[in-house]
Write a protein of this length. Structure first.
Length: 276
């Protein structure tokens, strides 16, 4: 699933391509991508101008005229691509926005898990999944005190706590493994048993890792592409994710992979400390 750095990369590459364009038609090949009634979605969106693209967590917020916003979640493998001219529909393309200048935006999703929802602008925290999200790394609200209080109140494995989007918004499997390795915390450590200084380090590692991953346009591990069709570049900096069986770059111990609540998790059994 694209995580916060990947979705921010999509936003940054997509906005210059479609900002200011007027939607002249919407073609929906797979209705379930649209949370609203498909006919309602088409009727309301046609004729609107794209003003901007915002983002919160893993959600894209495509701002339109007439006080409308398309809330888009890419889920596992959703992606957008821009076309200068019409082209035959590809197998996994499910929605097409046609613009008044005869350019096109298509939504492609192999697994069909992504969703688009049309809402009144400003209601996203009431009417979409965003209402259940916590604060983003590097935001003013994501303070050290907030993070420590949330983690210390949990008796679950720290890996599960970090994946809880109501606590840290935007982290997924890749960056959770990375920040736990950086802070030398075993993924099965019980959250409220972890030493204070280690939690402080974890907080700063989360912020720094997300910042750098955005600078490197995210991670392409399976299928992630930005709106220009380019892969991310952060995968060259990964220390543990996808490296099970390889030597730890810090202590040379062989990295191991386990399942934590059903999620594949790679870690170093020597230099990542278990707190229980």
């Amino acid at each position: 699933m694209p995580e916060m750095p990947e979705v921010e990369t999509v936003r940054r590459t997509l906005e210059p391509l479609i900002k200011g364009k007027i939607i002249s038609n919407v073609t929906i090949w797979y209705d379930k991508i649209i949370v609203n009634d498909a006919d309602f979605f088409q009727r309301k969106v046609v004729g609107q101008k794209i003003l901007a693209i915002d983002r919160y967590g893993k959600y894209l917020l495509i701002r339109l005229t007439n006080n409308l916003t398309i809330v888009s979640h890419l889920r596992m493998e959703g992606k957008y691509h821009f076309l200068d001219s019409d082209a035959p529909k590809q197998k996994h393309e499910h929605v097409q926005f046609t613009f008044s200048d005869n350019t096109y935006l298509r939504y492609d999703d192999v697994r069909k898990f992504g969703r688009m929802q049309l809402i009144e602008t400003g209601t996203e925290r009431r009417n979409t999944g965003i209402k259940n999200l916590g604060f983003e790394p590097n935001s003013e609200d994501f303070t050290l005190d907030f993070f420590l209080n949330k983690v210390k109140a949990r008796k679950r494995a720290i890996k599960n706590v970090l994946l809880d989007q109501s606590i840290v918004c935007g982290l997924g499997n890749i960056y959770t493994d990375e920040v736990l390795w950086q802070s030398k915390i075993h993924p099965l450590s019980i959250a409220n048993k972890i030493a204070q200084d280690s939690l402080v380090e974890l907080f700063y590692d989360i912020n720094n890792t997300i910042k750098i991953a955005i600078q490197y346009h995210g991670t392409t591990f399976h299928s992630f592409l930005d709106a220009d069709g380019h892969t991310g570049k952060y995968q060259s900096m990964l220390k543990v994710y996808g490296k099970s069986g390889e030597p730890c770059s810090r202590c040379n111990t062989t990295l191991e992979k386990i399942k934590v609540n059903g999620r594949g998790t790679t870690f170093c059994p020597l230099c990542q400390v278990v707190y229980k």
